[in-house]
Ligand binder design. Structure first.
Ligand code: AHM
Ligand code: MG
Length: 289
């Protein structure tokens, strides 16, 4: 992965290497998180906390631990102007004793964390933006940029193997961690979503709360061969978006978390900055638009 990132950098004559170094630190953070997640119950950190995050979700011990890992792996580097996380109410200011840089990073340190204590795949999602020109101490508004401005997006998947999947806007590449060596190796070059599929992923326990067009669409899929789509579909729901998106990159399909009446006030379940934007960038780069 390090070689891959450096060779990408060489394609851009003006590149200073700052982005390469930042990405290396992200990779290191993900390796540390992989290590924590993989140790499972041995560390005694599988429980829930009394606290809720700003979205009103109960925080897991590991949500907070992995958030701290991400911060401590990146805050010192000098490449960031600021950080924002699903687990923090406000953007994180880089402490004054560290230098700052031109990038912003937005992340969900442990997506799907309701799955940690049952040993099902979880992941880390990140999105990198440029800080607006001249901004060294970014405020909330500086992070609220459209997804089209992302410089890079990626995820780490802590599954039966640990993978790192990345786009900088030139396709999508996937890497698998060799634990003994401690490095990610390019195992899935130029990932492209297959055009044909018979799988969809949606939490149908919310069906009665969806808007009418979504209800109708899923109903048509459920009718299979006998319905208007004239074919049988299969369904999956992991409740870890990283695992769902990864499956789709490899064998196609559809994932959705539609707006439902319970979520109307908060505008939906998945968060634009830490979840939808980075995953959309990856999916688009893999031919999924
Ligand atoms: P999280 O960031 O708190 O883990 O929430 C996001 C996750 C997604 O990974 C997943 O698709 C969804 O929540 C599952 O929600 P539900 O339990 O409602 O099916
Ligand atoms: Mg999440």
């Amino acid at each position: 992965l390090t070689q891959f990132i450096i060779e990408e950098q060489r394609r851009f004559s003006g590149a200073t290497g700052e982005f390469t170094l930042l990405l290396n630190d992200v990779v290191t953070a993900c390796k540390k998180i992989a290590n924590q997640v993989n140790k499972g119950a041995l560390l005694g950190t599988m429980g829930s906390l009394a606290s809720e995050n700003v979205q009103g979700e109960v925080q897991k011990e590991l949500d907070v631990i992995t958030n701290d890992i991400f911060i401590s792996s990146l805050e010192w580097s000098g490449h960031l102007a600021g950080m924002a996380s699903e687990e923090m109410e406000a953007p994180y200011d880089i402490p004054g004793h560290y230098p700052t840089g031109k990038y912003l990073i937005l992340f969900d340190p442990l997506d799907g964390s309701s799955n940690v204590n049952i040993n099902i795949s979880v992941g880390t999602i990140f999105s990198i933006l440029r800080a607006p020109e001249g901004v060294t101490q970014p405020k909330v508004d500086d992070f609220l940029q459209p997804g089209t401005r992302q410089v890079c997006a990626g995820y780490a998947l802590y599954g039966s193997s640990t993978m790192f999947v990345l786009t900088t806007g030139h396709g999508v590449n996937g890497f698998t961690l060799d634990r003994e060596v401690g490095e990610f190796y390019l195992t899935h070059p130029n990932m492209t979503i297959p055009e044909d599929t018979h799988e969809f992923a949606v939490n149908t326990s919310n069906q009665r709360h969806w808007e009418a067009p979504v209800q109708r669409y899923v109903e048509e899929c459920l009718q299979g061969k006998e319905g208007p789509r004239s074919r049988d579909f299969n369904m999956r729901w992991v409740a870890s978006m990283v695992a769902e998106v990864h499956r789709i990159l490899i064998r196609g399909g559809l994932f959705m978390y539609p707006l439902d009446s319970k979520l109307k006030d908060q505008g939906g379940k998945l968060r634009l900055l830490y979840e939808a934007n980075p995953m959309s960038f990856i999916v688009e780069q893999a031919g999924g638009a």
